[in-house]
Design a protein around this ligand. Structure first.
Ligand code: SIN
Length: 313
């Protein structure tokens, strides 16, 4: 029997495991990033950064329950110079994905300009889907996003992927994919949290987070059907050379399998990482390995994107 290999490859970026962290969770500070470097995460994604450091929104700004999480963090981060300096000095074999989320095109230009000198970055993950900063989510404006990406790809020629918000309508998936297909994208990440959720404490009769009247991005187990659908739709409509990184609702090896079956090349873990800590990667790697063994698959490429329709079974 062939050896079982849970590694993956994103356009030449080799991940020792197809499972890594999602931007935003325990990847903001030096100690959190060092912890990730020591872990069995297949790659490292940083907290989305801005040009200057930000403290983010008022607390409480994160709340978790059995099947999900809500957050309105407001992009707390240590600023681009911190991440570039830290990564430049780091000594790790893991691929490094710098997540960036400038609040304007000009800010992203500056961040990209600084990042272009880094020798350590495997790729940039451009976060165009943060639901918590009071602006409309850029990816939901099909007119603006085309122009925005024209400008970004005009100035930045190194590996760059985009983190997308969830879409819900077939016409929107088609439209967004037709826009993305025009660019030399390194990957897309599907999906950021579901924007504008609300969670209620029934005893106090209040919302559970302070910022933005309690509205925030929903993540965790309960969003998995939407992340799977977004992966599947984009796998169908995007150019075949644009890899998809799945994100949303991963808490077991089975969830990793489902993301890859829909077409993801790798996956990111957010809420479950927050809840379980760094050992989540050991557990997920083991569960995913065991599942491949049971199903007699030897690598992610054996089943990636091969989800069957019901009537073909
Ligand atoms: C935040 O910092 O508000 C979350 C970032 C994101 O969801 O993109």
């Amino acid at each position: 029997m062939k050896e079982i290999d849970i590694s993956s490859n994103i356009k030449g970026i080799q991940l020792s495991s197809c499972i890594m962290n999602a931007s935003g969770v325990l990847c903001q500070t030096k100690s959190e990033l060092k912890n990730l470097m020591k872990s069995s995460s297949g790659g490292i994604v940083t907290k989305s950064c801005t040009i200057k450091s930000r403290v983010g929104n008022l607390e409480p700004r994160y709340f978790e329950w059995k099947t999900g999480s809500i957050n309105s963090m407001g992009l707390p981060n240590l600023g681009i110079d911190f991440y570039l300096n830290f990564l430049e000095k780091s000594n790790t074999d893991k691929p490094l994905f710098l997540s960036i989320s400038g609040l304007s095109l000009e800010e992203n230009y500056l961040i990209l300009q600084k990042s272009s000198f880094s020798s350590k970055l495997s790729a940039i993950e451009l976060n165009l889907s943060c639901p918590n900063i009071g602006e409309n989510i850029l990816c939901y404006d099909f007119h603006k996003i085309s122009d925005y990406l024209d400008k970004i790809f005009h100035i930045y020629k190194k590996p760059l992927g985009i983190k997308l918000p969830p879409f819900f309508e077939d016409s929107h998936f088609r439209k967004m994919a037709s826009i993305l297909n025009k660019y030399p994208l390194f990957f897309v990440t599907c999906i950021n949290s579901l924007p504008n959720g609300i969670v209620i404490d029934i005893h106090k009769e209040t919302v559970v987070i302070k910022p933005n009247q309690g509205f925030g991005g929903i993540g965790g187990k309960m969003i998995k059907p939407f992340s799977l659908a977004n992966i599947r739709k984009f796998y169908t409509y995007l150019r075949k050379d644009i890899p998809i990184i799945g994100c949303g609702g991963i808490s077991s090896g089975k969830d990793v399998f489902e993301h890859i079956l829909c077409g993801a090349s790798a996956v990111q873990v957010g809420t479950k990482f927050m809840n379980e800590g760094i050992s989540v990667f050991d557990r997920l790697n083991q569960e995913f390995f065991n599942l491949l063994k049971k199903k007699k698959y030897s690598s992610v490429n054996d089943f990636k994107g091969k989800l069957k329709n019901f009537n073909k079974i």
